[in-house]
Design a protein around this ligand. Structure first.
Ligand code: CTP
Length: 404
């Protein structure tokens, strides 16, 4: 699986550095070209000779130890890497990457690199849960850094808790699935809608909903990582925009309808994760509405159902809708799937803790024309997005590809 791939393995100074040797060996066995960069602290735990022998390449430690005068090592390494893996990643290494520091060979190479980065943290549980570490991890995740989460078990410091470096096999599996993921939607044009719409009442007031855009953004991001050409039509959102996608900002349901239908013919896959208003104000005041009397009645009119419109005009596209429900999830989801002519409906019971608007997790059930296809446990929105896109890719492949 990793033949032809160049991987930089960054080993930083924690007791789990010894597992870096097993990881290096497994990556080489899987066919990867591995270049190891160790921090000074890592060399206190394991010798560079071990990593040199396993990787069959010189180990880099000192930025100024330039052995080949024809190149600048950290730039050369960064330019040729398909992936950088930091395992184990200490709290300090994570902080340096988040802060953009460049004071040793690993941190300078990371700043010079444009390839994806996978981080496998390992540290004491209290360090892992420290707000500074949590916010650094969140910042890195928002920049597209991938993680292999630490496991729970006996830590070197005596605690039995979360913080143990993921097993080398699990890190290799994550690397493997990342590389294979890169081809699953190669060449496919994917349109994702995200966030809530804003229906204006006057220049300073509007009707909207709690959607953060996180689920749609996670889908757009995952689709990019699977090789797709992604267009994101985003309404009102609070989450940070994903990288590598074309973003079209809209406010109202009508603007979203126009943005989506105008691009529909060119798309292979359309995923409607947006929370679209079902009603808009009949009269939008050009001036700020003045209060007048004890009661105010707003007259609202139905918006066009974008998903239903797309379902009616569907020719080759694979169409995925969302259904936010608070009861009888399967019944309503299947009804929406049929009414809106979707290929899949992603349903969530938004009354459940850990599901729905605003949070970082979701609990979804995916329905196809024949009923339940997959019931996912509580997962991060990112992981939910990965699984959903895997499912879409499988279904498209099983049907012989788009448009056939
Ligand atoms: N949707 C849409 N246009 C609308 C309303 C909804 O495209 N005007 C889409 C949403 O993006 C979502 C799906 O329809 O993919 C289901 O949205 P949801 O709010 O759960 O359902 P509704 O169709 O509005 O049905 P109901 O109000 O009966 O639950």
């Amino acid at each position: 699986m990793l033949t032809g791939k160049t991987i930089i393995l960054g080993i930083t100074g924690g007791i789990a550095a010894y597992k870096g040797a097993a990881l290096c060996s497994k990556l080489v066995q899987a066919g990867a070209r591995v270049h190891v960069i160790m921090t000074d602290s890592a060399t206190k735990f394991i010798t560079p000779l071990t990593l040199q022998t396993l990787s069959r390449n010189p180990v880099h430690i000192d930025t100024f130890d330039e052995r080949d005068p024809s190149v600048v090592s950290h730039i050369h390494l960064a330019d040729h890497a398909d992936l950088i893996v930091i395992a184990p990643a200490t709290a300090n290494a994570i902080a340096k990457l988040a802060g953009g520091h460049a004071d040793d060979m690993l941190s300078t190479t990371l700043l010079a690199a444009t390839c994806p980065v996978l981080v496998a943290p390992a540290m004491n549980v209290h360090m892992y849960e420290h707000p500074a570490v949590v916010s650094n991890l969140e910042l890195l995740a928002s920049r597209g850094v991938m993680f292999v989460e630490p496991g729970t078990g006996q830590l070197a410091c005596g605690y039995v808790a979360k913080g143990r470096l993921a097993e080398p096999e699990d890190i290799v599996t994550a690397i493997d699935s990342w590389f294979s993921r890169g081809n699953k939607l190669k060449g496919k044009r994917v349109l994702v809608t995200a966030g809530g719409t804003m229906e204006r009442l006057d220049p300073v007031r509007f009707l909207t909903n709690d959607s953060s855009g996180k689920m749609g953004f996670a889908i757009a991001e995952a689709a990019v990582l699977m090789g797709a050409d992604v267009t994101l039509v985003a309404g009102r959102t609070t989450a940070a925009l994903p990288a590598g996608v074309k973003v079209i900002r809209v406010e109202s349901a009508q603007e979203m309808l126009e943005a989506v239908t105008g691009r529909y013919d060119d798309m292979d896959i359309v995923i409607k994760a947006a929370a679209v208003a079902d009603y808009r104000a009949v009269h939008v005041s050009g001036q700020k509405l003045k209060k007048n009397g004890e009661k105010l009645t707003l007259e609202l009119a139905r918006t066009v159902d974008i998903l239903e419109t797309l379902g009616q005009r569907k020719h080759h596209q694979f169409l995925v809708g969302f259904a936010a429900e608070t009861e009888q999830v399967e019944h309503y989801a299947m009804d929406k799937l049929r009414r809106k002519n979707c290929d899949l409906i992603v349903a969530n019971d938004v009354s459940m803790e850990g599901a729905g608007f605003n949070g970082d997790t979701n609990i979804v059930q995916v329905f196809g024309p024949d009923g339940l296809v997959e019931s996912m446990p509580m997962l991060t929105k990112r992981e939910t997005a990965n699984r959903l896109l895997e499912l879409i890719a499988q279904r498209i492949a099983a049907s012989g590809g788009i448009g056939e």
